[in-house]
Design a protein around this ligand. Sequence first.
Ligand code: SF4
Length: 355
Amino acid sequence: MNEARETIRRAGLDLGFAQVGFAPAEAPAHSEVFLQWLDRSMHGEMAYMARQDTVRRRLEPAAALPGCRTVIMVSLLYGPSDAPPTDADADAFLRPILAQYSQGRDYHSVFEERLSRFSESIRALHPAAAIKAYVDYGPVLERDHAQRAGLGWIGKNTMLIHPTYGSWLLLGELLTDLAIEPDAAFLPDHCGTCERCIEACPTGAIRGPRELDARLCISYLTIELKGAIPEKLRPMIGQRVFGCDICQDVCPWNTGPEPADTAPFAFGQPLAPASMALWAEQLLEMSDEEFARRYEDTALSRPGRSGLLRNVCVGLGNSGQPEALGLLERCLADRSPLVVEHAAWAIRRLREGSI
Ligand code: SF4
């Protein structure tokens, strides 16, 4: 089956995936850790993760695809940026900071298109094969399978890391009933004694090696959380309006990789204005329908207009720039109570200096 495996791998690499690896469809190595993570409610409001049916599918690939025998893991490269923005950037107090992956087309669509073409290539070789594709919203513990498939190790920041590509990897997978000889697992743990990601996380979300409390993670707070951001965490978010890359930016394994070719994610126009003030103005005047049209096929659509404007208010409050006060006062009249409450907090923070 080695020859068949290499033919499939070649087909995946020809489609532009950076890595293609094969893992047996076994229970993920960290199944128990995942169950404990759920027990401790570290998934926050992401209730879908704790649903019985999705938990079962995460732990048993055959529950997601009957007869599943192989998990084909693939990755796409997406970073790093040339110069990751930081809160300390003196001329950029009003600049919104967005997670690197969000600055283009939604990677889910890019992935789905490629995985669909990859499935077709495999079906051309094996017409009877059952194949199911997932990107990260699917019920799959993909980092475990990726490590088992030889794509990298799971770092203390919980990201998959490869010695050449760092952690700028987006993962997707094909479950199949084809019996394909697995690749060797990636066994070395190259984190060693390093703990930079744990030390750098402003909210302390990485409680220990490979233990991420989503309820504290800035990505969760600015994207997945639908309601109010806990007040004590707001100052730590800085100007991160959508997601966070701090634990990746500080990782020594991310200093080597060349910036990836992001052409597949190109959106054709900048998604966010260069200033949070301008962005707040635009969002204030947008209907929900206009917002949906403007951000269709981008990750920024996920928190919705009010969620994004909530985040911009927090960023303005953290900017230390009193010229943002007028705009925040306009936000007090927004139709969303969520925005109004965060705008009021931001005004207090700008006036009082620290809350
Ligand atoms: Fe591992 Fe250090 Fe990177 Fe964290 S920053 S993932 S500890 S190498």
